[in-house]
Design a protein around this ligand. Sequence first.
Ligand code: EPU
Length: 419
Amino acid sequence: MAKFLIHGGKKLKGEIEVKGAKNAALKAFAASLLFQEPIVIKNVPLIEDIFRISELLEALSVKAEKIGDRTFKISGNQANSYVLKPEISKAIRASIVLTGPLLARFGKAIFPHPGGCVIGERPIDIFLDAFHEMGAKVAEKDGSYVLEAERLRGAEIVFKNISATATETLMMAAVLAKGKTILCNAACEPEIPYLANFLNVSGARISGAGTHTISIIGVKNLHSKKPFITMPDRIETGNFAVLAGLLGDNIIIKNCEPAHIMIFLKHLRLAGVNYEKGTNWLKISAPGRLQAVDIRTKEYPGFATDLQAPFTVLLTQAEGKSLVHETIFEGRLNYINDLNRMGASITICDPHRVIVEGPSSLRGRETESPDLRAGLAFVFAGLIAEGDSIIHNVYHIDRGYERIEERLQRLGADIRRIK
Ligand code: EPU
């Protein structure tokens, strides 16, 4: 297993480019199953989760071919099975997104409980309930879910919680359903209108994506007209902004959309990190003194849960006490004990809340990347710590960030991958 060796304390300088969004590209791969022809997806990040969803599709006889630099051609039209391979589905949460298109296309889907990062319970009751509302029979057999519906029918679906992947999955299922579907209490993450626009260009009739109420009028089929160009990853953007706030000297973040992380940026400024922005770039000034600020994660457009761990690392360097309230996932503060072992002073109040007292000097240590987002936060902790750190289980980081060590090295970071 690969690990990162980090020597902390180096100042960083220069430019860093944001790659395509994992959580947008994965959904476009799944959408390929709705089409009559192959689709082309551009600006795809070359990360492990993309390789896993490609393998899942290939097991359904779909070709996921890399035809250019970050450009993939996906022949979802060639799919000949509705059974998701359990070993791979259990490795990525996004496997659940394939169920909507499979059900729409074949009238059947068989799949195990999806896996992914261990950040909480991650149930799928919202999906199953919604498929049921659309006329599907939902059963469990030999450890797998079995969904069946001759043709899904439109329905009014009220999500009990806001869920990004449930919104995307049901939106895709409804595109080819009979009649009109209304998704109430839908998620508003920017990846959702992005996907809806792509489907609409291809013949779908979706309105309201990006708001809490989405209407979809079912159509007979979708035709590939234009490539899906993956939007920039807003979580990478936020991470690089945190890193620049910790160690940077006027770092420029390119190919990003600051408009997608406005509330996060507001908190960054409140913590003492200043920035300038354009429509597709951010310049983070050399930080002066950092100060405590409370954060509370929230569905979009709120403070993204995926940015909570790196921001907590930043707060260990801020003067005063900050409350971090993680409202989305109950396991997303599991990395705190490791930060404390590096010298942070963080009190765990309950599974959802911690108080960070800073500033504290971190010392390099050996840790294990517990999940994708906390994994990169440990890299940042290692980069600001005194001495050497080793981070094991780098696979978790590779799931969502493309060759991160090479990109950080270009900013001057002392980080190496060792096998
Ligand atoms: N929930 C339910 N029942 C369900 C589904 C979700 O109760 O059937 C609850 C969850 O337990 C959680 C809340 O709803 O408390 C929100 O979960 P959501 O379904 O929105 O999360 P997700 O769709 O599984 C996506 C991203 C996550 C990101 C969250 C929140 C993908 C593949 N994953 O997950 O990204 O943290 O939305 O924005 O798009 C990551 O990329 O590292 C990651 C975990």
